[in-house]
Write a protein that binds this ligand. Structure first.
Ligand code: TRP
Length: 336
């Protein structure tokens, strides 16, 4: 088991929210206890594939995301934190892998397809940037350069893992070697937390996310406008639990599953008001976010040190990637 290597990246396009926490950060916290081989990185090159016209946003959020990692308790001693663009070897891997992937295969990647629609690429005659279309190949580079076999991410990343493994198999087969390693995802127990409005995704643009550094007053305000059961007009009315965001969030965060089941039964019967539930959720979420916010404020006082952590880790990551790259090039007769 000592040989397990995990890698995961976050796009630096905004501060991390509680959806990131239940979907991925919680798994990373678990992994840092188990292994000392975790690589966690800022996917700034990938973020640029759809934010190339706003490089300052990517730059600013690089530090913000790292602050969120530290705030939730990810430790630089147990993980290698790095910045993707500081490991230029990854770009070389990407170019070599491009020969092994067809245009059609990229266009069929379900996550790419969904994101193209969201971003308007290829819609109404809008162009599709090549960098964007090819990002699954660069993601394969991120994973294989470190010979990672475990990738802790959300379900939406499954198509990326599949494509990575296709590249691994093709590479090893064509170049008659076993340099590259196949990987699998590690999903967390809670999949995708919807936004407070009940829409499927939490996002900045939709103003429906709760951030890990959310201030106490805005947290309360967000919980108060959370989407519940629109047909639950009077306290005495029977209510619906499914699709009711207060229950969805309680499912993810309430420490007492027993009490929660009783509350659900009561709500279904009628006689339990939304405000009572929202108060309970508010208490739980305040207790969850307070220590994270406070730790973040501490780390924020020395941003230079946070950047240093990333710079140091990037050197370590670069060495590993360079080693794998020379094996890859050797297999391709490029070991001049
Ligand atoms: N695509 C991932 C996301 O949007 C980020 C990412 C880039 C990543 N490279 C990776 C995740 C490698 C895991 C492994 O969240």
């Amino acid at each position: 088991m000592g040989k397990d290597i995990t890698v995961t990246g976050d796009r630096p396009t905004g501060k991390l929210h509680i959806g990131h926490y239940v979907g991925s950060l919680v798994t990373r916290l678990d992994l840092q206890e188990k292994y000392g081989n975790n690589l966690v990185f800022i996917a700034d090159m990938q973020a640029l594939t759809d934010n190339f016209n706003d490089p300052l946003k990517v730059r600013t959020n690089t530090l913000e995301v790292c602050l969120d990692w530290l705030a939730v308790g990810l430790k630089p001693e147990r993980n290698t934190f790095f910045i993707q663009s500081l490991v230029p070897e990854l770009t070389e891997f990407t170019v070599l892998y491009m020969n092994l992937v067809s245009l059609g295969r990229l266009e069929r990647n379900p996550t790419v397809k969904t994101e193209m629609k969201q971003k308007g690429f290829g819609v109404d005659g809008n162009p599709v940037p090549m960098g964007f279309l090819c990002y699954p190949i660069s993601q394969a580079a991120d994973i294989t350069a470190f010979k990672a076999n475990i990738v802790p991410t959300g379900e939406d990343q499954n198509p990326m893992i599949e494509q990575t493994n296709e590249i691994v198999r093709r590479f090893n087969n064509i170049y008659n070697c076993d340099v590259l390693v196949e990987c699998h995802t590690l999903l967390s127990h809670t999949q995708r937390l919807p936004g407070i409005d009940g829409s499927s995704k939490m996002g900045k643009s939709m103003n429906n996310a709760i951030y890990l550094c959310e201030e106490s007053s805005s947290l309360t305000e967000k919980i108060n406008r959370m989407y519940t059961d629109p047909n639950h007009l009077h306290v005495s009315d029977p209510g619906t639990v499914e699709g009711n965001m207060v229950f969805t969030y309680l499912d993810a965060f309430d420490p007492s599953k027993e009490e929660l089941e009783e509350l659900k039964a009561h709500y279904r019967r009628g006689g339990l008001g939304d405000m009572v539930l929202k108060k309970r959720l508010n208490g739980i979420m305040q207790d969850f976010i307070r220590p994270i916010r406070e730790r973040r404020n501490e780390f924020e006082k020395d941003k230079g040190e946070v950047l240093n952590i990333l710079l140091k880790g990037s050197q370590v990551a670069r060495e590993i990637a360079a080693n794998t790259l020379s094996e890859v090039k050797k297999a391709m007769y490029m070991d001049y």
